[in-house]
Design a protein around this ligand. Structure first.
Ligand SMILES: Cc1ncc(COP(=O)(O)O)c(C=O)c1O
Ligand SMILES: N[C@@H](CCCC[NH3+])C(=O)O
Length: 492
């Protein structure tokens, strides 16, 4: 951290009425939101046993700090809750070689949704037979890679894909195992952009129009393919299990239709992912045990009603494994109290814009989905009165917001560290180089030590892609990243 002059917020103005009341303890770490290892020691946040000032000094900011025991613990919780079923980690939430190895070692399966996710998992040594490949527009090259590798399942998403897959499967000389992804017509209670089972969207075969049944019959009659079962995924960040239960009901109904039409009894039912996590203390996710119990109950009842054997279940949690255990550390820079006017009543209102050294390039979710996050002053606690703040990034975009409204101590200042909770899913994996900001490092923290599992991108990495700059030496370390760029795998 660099030294900065103190710049206390202007707490004298009234906050906007939407602000609510500040919490009693602004530095509290609610266990529903923070990683399992998060603690304050002498006021400072420690993650995996390492103080955040140490993490920032050694690795720089912005920095993704992944609590290894939390990540693996949540994977294990799902595996235990779904004993006798298959848990596929949805790697789109966050994937790197180390994560692929943990998931492999811990006995889970892996959901890849592009040829490159698949290639990365294979390169890390992930067993091909435990991988399922998703995607609404798989290219022939991706399908070829999957077939050549002998992956466990291809989740077929369109008639075009069947046409593309058949010749590849025929040439392989094996019956390639596939699932049919059915669109079950459920309106999941989540953001429109992450709901995936209503009719009007790009994924899957509609159950209502009969396309799902047609696709299943076609695959069954295709000697180069083996229809192992059906798949449904209704969306993401869902708290209410009713949607999953309704989906299970409908997709078991489709199993019944397939049985009637062809005599085939399908052995597998993959009910997708989407299990919500707490971003805020009020969020109330359903524990894996409860999800498992409810899904098993519905599937058993539906199968009994249709006189079908209970298929092997599979689920695909991504966020619920990767999300809660990771925190993003940022350094505060500019603080700007902006007067909003009073609307003619009382004291003028103010919004305190607290800018950090990352933003929508490392967490697009607030801008894209209006997602809610919480954060704390991490390097110290403070007794200063609360000030309502908006935490923003440094991009040239007014929508570059990380945390829309939250209370921070009014003495936060440049050089302080902010920790944003629950950023493990869909933040690093959706990161960009907008404004040529560099993708942050990811470090795994455990037992007082850290390992760089993804190193920070450098300007040299970016120059190397550029026709004019490929041979021009880049400033190193990059101008806005004064911390040393530690090699990947470095343990400190
Ligand atoms: C097919 C499929 N499976 C699993 C997931 C993982 O979702 P989540 O991270 O919400 O568990 C997704 C993403 O929504 C998906 O599209
Ligand atoms: N990227 C979304 C979830 C999409 C999951 C994949 N279908 C999010 O951040 O919430």
């Amino acid at each position: 951290m660099r030294a900065h002059p103190a710049g206390p917020l202007h707490g004298a103005f009234a906050p906007p009425p939407s602000a609510g009341t500040p919490p009693a303890d602004l530095g509290a770490l609610d266990e529903r939101v923070w990683p399992r290892s998060a603690r304050r020691v002498d006021g400072e946040l420690h993650l995996g046993g390492t103080p955040v000032t140490e993490l920032a000094r050694v690795h720089g900011t912005p920095l993704f700090v992944l609590d290894e025991d939390d990540f693996r613990g949540r994977a294990a919780d799902f595996a235990t809750a779904f004993t006798g079923a298959d848990v596929h980690y949805a790697s789109k939430a966050f994937l790197c070689g180390q994560v692929a190895r943990w998931i492999a070692e811990d006995g889970l399966h892996l959901d890849a949704c592009s040829g490159n996710e698949l290639a990365l998992a294979l390169a890390a040594g992930f067993p091909a037979e435990r991988i399922a490949l998703h995607g609404n527009n798989k290219s022939p090259v991706e399908l070829q890679l999957a077939v050549d590798a002998g992956i466990g399942r291809i989740v077929v998403d369109s008639f075009d894909e069947i046409d593309r897959l058949v010749p590849i499967a025929e040439a392989s000389g094996r019956a390639v195992p596939v699932l049919i992804r059915a669109t079950v017509g459920i309106e999941a209670h989540t953001h429109e952009f992450i709901a995936t089972a209503h009719e009007d969207q790009k994924f899957g075969f509609s159950l209502a129009t009969g396309d799902a049944l047609t696709a299943a019959v076609r695959v069954i009659r295709e000697p180069a393919l083996h229809l192992a079962g059906l798949h449904s995924h209704i969306g993401s960040q869902i708290f209410d299990t009713a949607g999953f239960e309704a989906a299970a009901h409908r997709v078991v109904g489709l199993m019944g239709q397939v049985h009637q039409a062809t005599g085939e009894v399908l052995g597998e039912l993959n009910l997708g992912g989407g299990f919500g996590i707490a971003y805020l203390p009020d969020d109330d996710p359903v524990p894996p045990d409860d999800v498992a119990r409810r899904l098993r109950t519905v599937v058993a009842a539906e199968c009994a009603a249709l006189d079908l054997p209970v298929p092997r279940l599979a689920v695909e949690p991504g966020r619920a494994i990767a999300g809660p255990g990771t925190v993003t550390l940022y350094e505060i820079g500019t603080i700007k109290p902006v007067r909003l006017g009073s609307g003619g009543q009382g004291a003028p209102q103010v919004r305190n814009y607290v800018s950090v050294d990352g933003g929508m390039s490392d967490n697009i979710r607030t801008a894209l989905y209006d997602a809610s996050y919480t954060c704390v002053l991490a390097n110290r606690t403070s007794d200063a009165p609360p000030a309502l703040c908006r935490v923003v990034g440094k991009h040239c975009e007014s929508g570059d917001v990380l945390v829309r409204d939250l209370w921070l101590p009014s003495d936060v200042r440049a050089g302080d560290l902010l920790a944003v909770a629950a950023t493990g899913a869909y933040c690093w994996s959706m990161a960009s180089n907008y404004n040529y900001l560099l993708k942050p490092a990811v470090v795994a923290a455990r037992d007082g030590g850290t390992t760089v599992i993804v190193r920070r991108q450098t300007l040299a990495d970016v120059f190397a892609l550029d026709a004019v700059l490929a041979d021009v030496p880049a400033p190193s370390p990059a101008i806005d990243q004064p911390a040393p760029e530690l090699p990947v795998g470095a343990r400190s």
